[in-house]
Design a protein around this ligand. Structure first.
Ligand code: ATP
Ligand code: MG
Length: 470
């Protein structure tokens, strides 16, 4: 009897699956190509309209990127300083990580993934168990042994390298990096993804043969970080920074100038000098290098680089053998990029008060095609628009999976255009009045320069074939 029920329910399950697949194919992957229908994307009908949101609980401070991301349904608050990242955000994040991976490959970085849960012993060796105080999320396992959720990984990576035994100088520089969640019990989590208690960081750790080599590697990695921001189209300032609790004596921050930034930057009007104000012991108005006038700006720290020396290699015994086969301590560097902070900071500095602009290369989808409204004159051109959509997806390889069809035909095109701007597609295509001409003319709005192009189907394809995806 049991067997019979079992096999019967198996059959039912199979039927359900087949039914689902059939539905899935007929609705979602309708027609010749896979159509990405806006009405099917999560969160459903995902815009909150003009409803007042974004003013956090109990007067929590908010900022433009937080407000825009909440309004567009890109993030959903879970608890203080913790968010659900919705599908659009995850796509942007994956693109950002891929771009960073490309730059890391070019300089010889190797990707690893270290545990988040790390034991107190590890942190006691470096004496940071006490030093980090309340910032550490501490917990105990069933055997009453202390752990924490890692806020950074200098200890873990140095122990990992030390455990491999002596490296040969021929294997250096060794550049290990990862993209993982970090946990910090921040005193003031705020501004959405800009300052969370749980966030993604890309952190790289380098091991070198000498101080000189480590400083070369420091330049190499800093250069790659600069290229990441250049490719994103984000103007940054690299400032001298305070090494803080991480240690070492050479440190820089990558800062995006922005009014809501929590860092005060001092930049010389005459030379290249730029520093975080917290590195200055006294209130300076003149440049320490050329006596020029110092100008103050606020910035969002998006990256931080440190030359660490042997601070960690010493306590964990990370050694390598030199050309005379003698073991010597590795010279280290560490380099952090705030993945989720970069997404929010990019939105903060690029967006208008109402419309999100992503750094184009990481925009979740490159294009939104808006179908004509039901009952409008343009409705007769629905097929034209759909065939343009299918053609884009089929004939332009780099647009595979990058084009959303806003099929909510019960809404006006204007209303959907507003939604599209709020989500920040770099390009929006609509069937305006001129779709009724012969040949049909489509409207292509380019978000980045606010220009509208009027193009035939061929014209649209030619134009979009040429957009850079890297
Ligand atoms: P801050 O001074 O803003 O707290 P930090 O100096 O503590 O930053 P690092 O330890 O250098 O930060 O971490 C490397 C990078 O991780 C930072 O440059 C930043 O981009 C990101 N980051 C740090 N803290 C957070 C956070 N709470 N939320 C999101 N990103 C963060
Ligand atoms: Mg901090």
């Amino acid at each position: 009897m049991e067997v019979a029920i079992h096999s019967h329910s198996g059959g039912l399950f199979k039927n359900l699956v087949c039914g689902f697949l059939y539905l899935h194919r007929s609705c979602f992957h309708h027609g010749r190509s896979k159509r990405l229908l806006f009405s099917r994307l999560f969160p459903p009908m995902n815009l909150h309209g003009d409803k007042e949101i974004g003013v956090g609980r109990s007067g929590e401070l908010t900022c433009k990127s937080q407000r825009l991301m909440l309004q567009a349904g890109l993030i959903q608050p879970a608890n203080t300083g913790c968010f659900h990242y919705m599908p659009y955000t995850v796509r942007a994040m994956e693109k950002l990580v891929q771009l960073i991976d490309e730059e890391m490959k070019l300089i010889g970085g190797q990707k690893v993934n270290m545990p988040t849960l790390t034991s107190a012993n590890l942190w006691k060796i470096s004496e940071r168990w006490d030093l980090l105080g309340k910032e550490l999320f501490r917990l105990k396992d069933r055997h009453n042994i202390d752990y924490c959720l890692s806020p950074t990984h200098e200890e873990a990576v140095t122990e990992l390298v030390a455990m491999q035994g002596n490296l040969s100088y021929k294997q250096l520089p060794l550049m290990l990096y990862q993209v993982t969640r970090k946990f910090r019990d921040e005193p003031k989590p705020r501004f959405g993804l800009l300052r969370g208690r749980e966030f993604y960081m890309k952190d790289m750790y380098t091991f070198d043969i000498s101080e000189k080599a480590a400083k070369e590697t420091y330049k190499l990695v800093s250069g790659a970080y600069g290229r990441v921001f250049d490719r994103l189209g984000l103007r940054f300032v690299k400032v001298q920074a305070d090494p803080g609790s991480i240690g070492g004596n050479l440190s820089h921050e990558f800062q995006l100038p922005a009014e809501i930034g929590e860092d005060r930057l001092l930049m010389c009007s005459d030379c290249h000098f730029a520093a975080n104000a917290e590195t200055m012991k006294t209130v300076e108005t003149n440049c320490p290098q050329c006596e020029g006038k110092l100008i103050e700006n606020r910035g969002i720290e998006v990256g931080h680089t440190f030359y660490l020396g042997t601070k960690y290699s010493q306590v964990f015994g990370a050694l390598h053998s030199n050309s005379e086969n003698k073991p010597i301590l590795s010279e280290m560097g560490c380099f952090g990029l705030g993945i989720t902070r970069i997404l929010a900071a990019g939105i903060e500095v690029l967006s208008t008060e109402t419309d999100i602009r992503w750094p184009r290369l990481v925009a979740p989808y490159q294009i939104c095609v808006i179908s004509p409204k039901k009952g409008s004159k343009e409705e007769v051109c629905m097929d034209l628009l759909e065939s343009l959509y299918d053609n884009l997806m089929d004939t332009v390889p780099q647009l595979q999976g990058e084009v959303v069809l806003d099929d909510r035909s019960h809404l006006t095109v204007g209303r959907r255009l507003k939604d599209a701007n709020r989500l920040g597609y770099p390009y929006v295509i609509i069937a305006g009045r001129r779709i009724l001409e012969d040949p049909a003319i489509f409207e292509v709005n380019s978000q980045n320069n606010g220009r509208t192009l009027f193009l035939t189907q061929e014209g649209v394809l030619d134009f979009l074939k040429n957009i850079q995806m890297a």
